[in-house]
Design a protein around this ligand. Structure first.
Ligand code: NAI
Length: 506
C-alpha cells in the first residue's frame, strides 16, 4: 500500500526530528534528513539504524523491515534535495524568525501540493504561516518526547489551514500507530494547556505552607491516582523546561490568573535547582534515586475521645460507617459534648470557616477530605485549623490510621489538597472545551496519552460530580477571593444542570 506521504523531509534532526523520522520511515515513506549542523543528519541516521537493530533484537521488527527502513532513510545535502517531498516536517530551534525563514525558503522548493508542518510546542502556527504565500498547506504537528513512546500528536490548524491538510496529517499519524488529536491554534494547544493546573496549584499549596511537597506528592498519588506527584514530575521534566512553559502560556493568555506561575519555581530555576538531571530539585538524587523524606509517624499514646460529626459534613452516612468500622465512640446529639472530637468534611471551604459558621469549638475541630469515597482512596487527609489542640489533632490522626490506611495531616486551606488540584485541573479542561480548542473526546485522549493522567480531566470532573466541582470552586473563591478559581462557563452550566462534563450542546 502506498504511504499517505511517499517522500517526507525532516528538517532539524535533534531529539524530536529523529523520532518523527523513525515513525515516518516505519510507516513506509522515504525520509530525508536535513540539519544545518555539520554531521547532525548523519548522527541521526546512525542512531536510527541502531534503534531499528535493537528492535530486531527484541523481535519487534523483522530484519527485512529494518533493512528496508535503513534503505529508505536518506541524508539531504541541501534544501534543494527536498523538492521531491510531499511532506516537510520542521523540528528546529524554537524561534519564530528562524522557522519563518526556513518555511519561506522551502515554499520555493517543494511542489504546490506539498504539506508543510511544524513541530513547535509554544509558537503560534498562524504566526509561522504568516510568512508563507500559501498558508493553507501549513499546519502544526506537535509530537511529544520521546516520539516513539508518546503515542499522541496534536494536529493544529492555523487560521488559514485547509481542513484536508489536517486530515492527511491525521491519517499519516494513524498509519504509524499514533493517536492524532485536532487542536485549534491557541497557546499550549491542548496538552501543555491542560497540564497547567497540576503543578501550579500544587505550588500554591506549598507556597501557603499547607503541606510540604513530599506530602502533596503522596496525597495526589494516593487519592487521585497520579503516577507521579507534581513535584516528582517537575523534577523529571526539569524547571528549565517547565517554568518557561508556565510563564509563556500565562503571558500568551494576557495574564489569565488560572495559569499564574509560581515564584517558587522562578527562584529555584534562578538558583539552578532544576531537577533530577542536576541531582537536586524538590528532592535530592543519589545515583538517580530520589531521597524521599520519611512520612510523619502515627502519634502514639493519643487519646480516644468520642467523635461528633457536623450535620453538614459531605458523605455523612459514609463517615459514620467509617467511624463505626474504626471502633470510634460516636456521639449523635444535636451538639458535641465537652470532650468530643468534632469532625467537619468541607467541599472547598476551609475548616476555620466551617467552625466559625457552625459555631463549633475550633480547638476540637478537625476536617477530613471526603470528596471521593473512602474506599476509593489509599490515603486519608485531615486538616487542622489554627486553633486545633495538638491532642485533638493526634487523636484524629490515630483514629483514622487505626485500620492501617495512610493518613496525612495538613494545615487549613480551602479544599485540602486533592480538592484544590482536581477542581483546578477540571476547570482548565472545561475552559478548553468552552473555547472550542478541541472536542471533549480529543481532550481526554490528549491528556491521558500526553500527560499520563489516570483519567481524562472531564472524566475526573464527572467522577467527583460536576456539581461538587462547582461547589469546590465557588467555595475556594470565597476563601481566597482569587479569580483563578472562577468556574468556566462550561463547568458552571453543566454543573448547574447536573450534566456530564463531556456533554456537548446540540
Ligand atoms: P534539538 O536541539 O534536539 O534539535 C534541533 C535540531 O535542529 C538541531 O540538530 C539543530 O542543529 C537543528 N537546526 C537548528 N536550526 C536549523 C535550521 N535552520 N535548519 C536545519 N536544522 C536546524 O531540539 P528538539 O528538542 O528536537 O526540538 C526541536 C523542536 O521541537 C522545537 O521547535 C521544540 O520546541 C519542538 N518540541 C520539542 C519537544 C521536546 O520535548 N524536546 C517536544 C515537542 C516539541
Amino acid at each position: 500500500m502506498q504511504p499517505i506521504f511517499g517522500n517526507v523531509a525532516v528538517v532539524g534532526t535533534g531529539a524530536m526530528g529523529r523520532g518523527i523520522a523513525q515513525m515516518a520511515t516505519q510507516a513506509g515513506a522515504t525520509v530525508w534528513l536535513l540539519d544545518t549542523q555539520p554531521g547532525a543528519a548523519e548522527a541521526a541516521r546512525t542512531a536510527l539504524e541502531g534503534t531499528w537493530n535493537a528492535l530486531v533484537a527484541k523481535q519487534r521488527l523483522t530484519p527485512e523491515a529494518a533493512a528496508d527502513c535503513c534503505a529508505r532513510l536518506r541524508i539531504a545535502t541541501g534544501m534543494a534535495d527536498l523538492s521531491v517531498c510531499d511532506l516537510v516536517v520542521e523540528a528546529i530551534v524554537e524561534r519564530l524568525d528562524v522557522k519563518q525563514k526556513v518555511f519561506a525558503e522551502l515554499e520555493g522548493i517543494v511542489g504546490p501540493d506539498a504539506v508543510l508542518a511544524t513541530n513547535t510546542s509554544s509558537l503560534s502556527v498562524t504566526a509561522i504561516a504568516a510568512a508563507l504565500k500559501r498558508p493553507q498547506r501549513f499546519a502544526g504537528w506537535h509530537f511529544f518526547n520521546p516520539v516513539p513512546l508518546m503515542k499522541v500528536v496534536e494536529v493544529i490548524a492555523g487560521l488559514k489551514t485547509d481542513a484536508a491538510v489536517c486530515q492527511r496529517l491525521d491519517a499519516f499519524a494513524r498509519a504509524f500507530g499514533h493517536t492524532p488529536v485536532m487542536a485549534q491554534d491557541t497557546p499550549g494547544f491542548i496538552v501543555n494547556h491542560a497540564g497547567r493546573g497540576y503543578g501550579t496549584e500544587a505550588l500554591r499549596i506549598v507556597g501557603e505552607s499547607v503541606a510540604d511537597f513530599a506530602t502533596i506528592d503522596r496525597i495526589l498519588k494516593d487519592q487521585l491516582g497520579f503516577r507521579l506527584g507534581p513535584f516528582e514530575l517537575m523534577d523529571l521534566t526539569a524547571l528549565d523546561v517547565s517554568h518557561p512553559v508556565m510563564e509563556s502560556i500565562y503571558h500568551q493568555y494576557y495574564e489569565e490568573p488560572r495559569y499564574r506561575p509560581s515564584v517558587i519555581t522562578a527562584q529555584r530555576l534562578a538558583g539552578g535547582v532544576v531537577g533530577k538531571k542536576v541531582g537536586e530539585g524538590f528532592y535530592r538524587y543519589t545515583d538517580g534515586k530520589a531521597e524521599v523524606p520519611a512520612e510523619p509517624p502515627v502519634p502514639g499514646g493519643a487519646g480516644r475521645p468520642p467523635v461528633w460529626v457536623s450535620p453538614k459534613a459531605a458523605r455523612r452516612a459514609e463517615l459514620y460507617q467509617l467511624l463505626k468500622d474504626l471502633g470510634a465512640v460516636i456521639e449523635t446529639g444535636a451538639a458535641p459534648s465537652a470532650d468530643a472530637l468534632i469532625l467537619v468534611a468541607p467541599l472547598g471551604l476551609d475548616v476555620t470557616t466551617l467552625a466559625a459558621v457552625e459555631r463549633l469549638d475550633a480547638t476540637r475541630t478537625v476536617g477530613i477530605d471526603l470528596m471521593l469515597e473512602d474506599a476509593a482512596v489509599k490515603r486519608r487527609v485531615l486538616a487542622t485549623n489554627p486553633a486545633t489542640r495538638p491532642d485533638m489533632r493526634d487523636a484524629a490522626h490515630a483514629l483514622f490510621a487505626r485500620d492501617g490506611k495512610a493518613v496525612s495531616v495538613v494545615r487549613d486551606s480551602g479544599g485540602f489538597v486533592s480538592q484544590r488540584v482536581a477542581a483546578t485541573i477540571v476547570n482548565i479542561a472545561a475552559d478548553i472545551c468552552q473555547q472550542g480548542i478541541c472536542t471533549p473526546a480529543d481532550l481526554e485522549l490528549a491528556v491521558t496519552l500526553g500527560l499520563g493522567y489516570p483519567m481524562g480531566p472531564l472524566a475526573l470532573g464527572d467522577r467527583i460530580g460536576p456539581t461538587n466541582v462547582l461547589e469546590i470552586l465557588f467555595n475556594l473563591q470565597t476563601v481566597y477571593g482569587d479569580p483563578r478559581y472562577r468556574p468556566s462557563p462550561w463547568l458552571r452550566r453543566r454543573g448547574a444542570l447536573g450534566l456530564s462534563l463531556k456533554h456537548e450542546e446540540a
